[in-house]
Design a protein around this ligand. Structure first.
Ligand code: PMP
Length: 429
């Protein structure tokens, strides 16, 4: 107990306050297995943070530990810049096994490092180099990382090079409609922006999207909308970047979330779970985008052997044990349970997600704006008539927190991005 309090006190005295929201939890983890963390205070906690989507197999899975031990025991060098090694070869081979064949058959891979935001930067730089263009199409509520280019592509950012497009969603639909019609309006908005000569939007270098927005509030994009984005970009020669940093490795009920819609992106950005809980990031891209000469993209920490070994073991374990299918089954069960809970609690505005990537939106029942504090779920409170909401996609969407964008017949100028929806204001991990 004393050690626990001492560590917390010293850390909060010395560490910057610019830390993640998870740090507000007074927990000092000392051991972990599966989804259980043991704290220095002797308490056991269920870890629902899951390394922000990194722990596809939970903490310290035996296959991951064994893979790491094998590297350590083999005497292999731990640091070799990005030279080819047996460990790297095994990781790359396993990664290609899991990729959608239509991409894998014509793909190149670039190790970035060490975090998701580095892979996003690489994808932006690559598409800008390959197209010779600067502009970027990105979406409200998006989160792509904390480095300059990735930030620029993220929801709340304002940058002259970024055209901010509406991301479809039911509960806080930017057009107040939700469902397929809301998604169709969002798609038309994008089409008009690119086609309307008056919008003055120069041809962009790329479109970047998350198949399910994670930090934006767990928002799965409808398959039909994703296919429209693929068609719109393909028809105009705009590379499509799918950011699967958070959605990858089985979590959504498919190995990669793009498989649900069947779209084949030109660039796939991967990190988090591909390193089996250690830092690893890669971009996979169509080989004709491979315009970089040697040395055009470097970085000291792109050859993390332990992460590659842990990642290869994770990818193989998920593939061989069909854990994506298991996530789909368990996710459907959990979504059903959460919907029952939502029916009894007015503070639950919405439940949604794909596979086991699920979100519960807590609201202030009176508004219903996002809850300003964590409500108590201990007692079921029947929603009053005025705030009653049914726990299905037939939810009456609440009025958007921000003014709705102008109708999609009027394309926004590239320098005046759409106001982000309330979901874009969520704290980022
Ligand atoms: N893209 C997405 C979709 C993410 O969710 C995140 C992290 N939450 C990132 C990029 C950035 O990854 P990292 O924090 O490893 O830089």
């Amino acid at each position: 107990r004393g050690a626990h309090e001492g560590i917390l006190r010293r850390q909060s005295a010395r560490e910057s306050a610019a830390r993640t929201y998870a740090r507000a939890l007074p927990i000092v983890p000392v051991r972990a297995r599966g989804m259980t963390i043991e704290g220095a205070d002797g308490q056991r906690y269920l870890d629902c943070l899951s390394g922000a989507g990194t722990l596809a197999l939970g903490h310290n899975h035996p296959v991951v530990l064994e893979a790491i031990r094998n590297v350590l025991d083999s005497g292999a060098p731990l640091h070799v810049l990005d030279l080819a090694t047996p460990v790297k070869d095994a990781f790359t081979t396993e990664l290609f096994r899991t990729l959608p064949p239509a991409l894998a058959d014509h793909a190149r891979i670039q190790f970035c490092g060490p975090a998701g935001t580095d892979a996003v930067e690489a994808a932006l730089k690559l598409t800008r180099t390959a197209t010779g263009r600067e502009g970027l199409l990105a979406f409200t509520g998006a989160y792509h990382g904390m480095t300059a280019g990735a930030l620029e592509a993220s929801g709340g950012a304002r940058d002259v090079r970024v055209a901010r497009l509406p991301y479809p969603q039911d509960y806080r639909c930017p057009f107040g409609i939700g469902g397929p019609n809301g998604a169709e309006l969002a798609a038309r908005w994008t089409e008009n922006l690119l086609d309307d000569t008056k919008s003055g939007v120069p041809a962009p270098a790329a479109m970047i999207l998350e198949p399910v927005q994670g930090e934006g509030g767990v928002l799965p994009a409808p398959d039909a909308w994703l296919r429209r984005m693929r068609d719109i970009t393909a028809a105009r020669g705009i590379p499509l970047i799918a950011d699967e940093v958070q959605t990858g490795v089985g979590r959504t009920g498919a190995f990669w979330a793009v498989e649900h819609s069947g779209i084949v992106p030109d660039v796939l950005v991967l990190s988090k779970a591909i390193g089996g809980s250690l830092p690893l990031a890669v971009v996979v891209y169509r080989d004709d985008l491979d315009v970089w000469p040697p040395g055009a993209h470097a970085g000291t920490f792109r050859g993390n052997q332990l992460a590659m070994a842990a990642g290869a073991a994770t990818l193989a374990h998920v593939r061989e044990n069909r854990l994506a299918e298991r996530a789909a089954t368990l996710g459907a069960r959990m979504l059903g349970g959460l919907r029952s809970l939502a029916a009894d609690h007015a503070c639950v505005g919405d439940v949604r997600g794909l596979g086991l990537m699920l979100g519960v939106e807590l609201v202030d029942p009176e508004s219903p704006q996002p809850a300003s504090r964590t409500p108590h779920l201990g007692h079921a409170t029947a929603p009053s008539a005025s705030t009653s909401q049914t726990p299905s996609t037939s939810y009456a969407p609440p009025a958007p927190a921000q003014p709705a964008p102008a109708p999609p017949t009027t394309a926004p100028a590239v320098t005046t991005p759409t106001a982000p929806p309330a979901s874009a204001q969520y704290p980022h991990q």
